[in-house]
Design a protein around this ligand. Structure first.
Ligand SMILES: [Cu+2]
Length: 473
């Protein structure tokens, strides 16, 4: 869902920022003009027009921050500020972020680049930026109180260091972290290798996103920052399915996906139809001897995982967190399991008193997607997303890897739903059904049937009486 107009707007701004570099010494002495993003769409890769060339990444529902070259130094300007982030069509959240969005823009540099980052604080409280995973001088590490004074509201600080090693990194505040990360302050940092690297293959498509989580009550806009574990919105780059864009690739592309986890729990990330290898972490590229094929990799808290694979199977492949509660959207958690409970009579009685009353999950939860249940404003259904065969019944950390023969190189447009060749889709059996033969045996090999009672017996369990103090437990 790339918007061409958005692309030209971004490219224009990037061009503007770069052109400014050629203007005058006075202009260069000033801060680089901050570039803001108003859209939550996936922006096309920002092809570098200054500095060493590299193959840019695509940030899922995100964008890369343009820079200017100032006497050989790459200069970026991050603005920490309150933002309104569209988490999915129909749901907006009041978050904190950088340059108009949460997460902030991806910063892309090349191994060996000298980088200068101006950070302006427009938040109502102090902040700092920690450059997670970087080798840098201690005083540039961004831990407020420990390595620098905090950046007070209205102030701008300058960070400067050389991007010493290639890899996938993150940035986030190291000041009032609980609040600021719960409010969405974070971003990705990619350092590309300066030359061919024995452990970093060149790829055709290079995607990245952060795992994050929010606790926003249905009908409200601002996350509850005291929540420790029971978040109700599990997001990729502060987007929830069906608001997460698909990953669109060409058949046989070499694909890389970089995933960083800034939530409070781990996320087993799973791809359908393909195997991948973990080729890097925030510690750098993994040695070849430490790689093995996987279809799920756990990304623990504060970790990054870089996975590589060849997209050699056409189709629409689910790509998601394997924790089933993380592929759902906001809901109350205090819902009893009702499977197998027949409570139609009760529901009828209650609905006389409460017209909107609805019984949840008598036959599982799938019914919930079809019921026209009234939901509060600014709330996305719990399980949703229309596919070509009906509801996908997903939410949260879910997207689709779309592999197509005719996807052009460099084209990230959504190709639409996969058209399955005739005879390759699971179908309904319409023939006769025979009753399954059920075993009559009373047990397995270790317990021969002749020693087993032929019918059910009643077992009485007597709780031991507390004759001695020790028997009690
Ligand atoms: Cu998860």
């Amino acid at each position: 869902m790339n918007s061409r107009r958005q692309f030209f707007r971004t490219a224009g701004l990037a061009g503007g920022a770069v052109a400014a570099a050629a203007v005058s010494r006075v202009a260069m002495a000033a801060l680089p003009e901050p570039v803001l993003q108003t859209s939550a769409d996936t922006m096309p890769p920002l092809v570098p027009n200054t500095g060493r060339p590299y193959n840019p990444v695509v940030t899922l529902n995100g964008w890369t921050l343009p820079w200017r070259m100032n006497s050989g130094v790459k200069e970026f300007h991050l603005v920490a500020e309150p933002v309104v982030r569209e988490m999915a069509p129909g749901m907006k959240a009041h978050l904190w972020g950088y340059n108009g969005q949460s997460p902030g823009p991806t910063i892309e540099v090349v191994e060996g680049d000298r980088v200068r980052i101006f950070v302006t604080n427009k938040l109502p409280e102090h902040t700092s930026v920690h450059w997670h995973g970087q080798r840098l001088p201690n005083g540039m590490d961004g831990v407020s109180g420990l390595t620098q004074p905090a950046i007070q509201p209205g102030k701008t600080f300058v960070y400067e260091f050389v991007a010493r090693r290639p890899g996938t990194f993150m940035y986030h505040p190291h000041a009032d972290e609980m609040t600021q990360m719960a409010m969405g302050m974070m971003g990705l940092w990619i350092t590309h290798p300066k030359a061919r690297h024995p452990l970093i293959d060149e790829v055709n498509r290079d995607f990245c996103f952060l795992l994050n989580a929010y606790d926003i009550d249905p009908g409200s806009y601002t996350p509850k920052i005291m929540t420790m574990l029971d978040f109700n919105l599990w997001s990729w780059n502060s987007r929830i399915f069906p608001g997460i864009d698909p990953l669109n690739v060409r058949l046989n592309d070499k694909v890389r996906i970089r995933i960083g986890n800034l939530t409070m729990t781990n996320h087993p990330i799973h791809v359908h139809g393909h195997e991948f290898v973990v080729t890097g972490t925030d510690g750098g590229p993994t040695p070849k001897s430490a790689r093995w094929p996987e279809v799920t990799t756990d990304v623990a808290v504060g970790q990054m995982r870089q996975i590589d694979f060849v997209a050699d199977e056409e189709g629409d492949w689910a790509f998601h967190c394997h924790k089933s509660h993380h592929t759902m959207n906001a809901m109350g958690h205090n819902v009893p399991t009702m499977i197998g409970v027949d409570h139609r009579g009760v529901a009828k009685k209650i609905s006389k008193l409460i017209p909107d009353y609805m019984v949840m999950g008598e036959r599982g939860m799938a019914d919930m997607t079809e019921m026209e249940m009234p939901i509060p404003d600014n709330t996305v259904p719990m399980m949703t997303g229309q596919g070509p065969f009906g509801s996908v019944e997903m939410g949260g950390m879910f997207s689709v890897l779309k592999v197509r023969k005719d996807q052009k190189p460099g084209d990230y447009k959504d190709p639409g739903w996969y058209k399955h060749p005739a005879g390759t889709v699971a179908y309904e059996w319409t023939g006769a059904l025979t009753e399954p033969a059920r075993t009559q045996s009373g047990g397995g090999h270790m317990m021969p049937a002749q020693n087993m009672p032929a019918k059910e017996i009643e077992v009485q369990v007597r709780k031991p009486q507390a004759k001695s103090k020790h028997a009690d437990h």
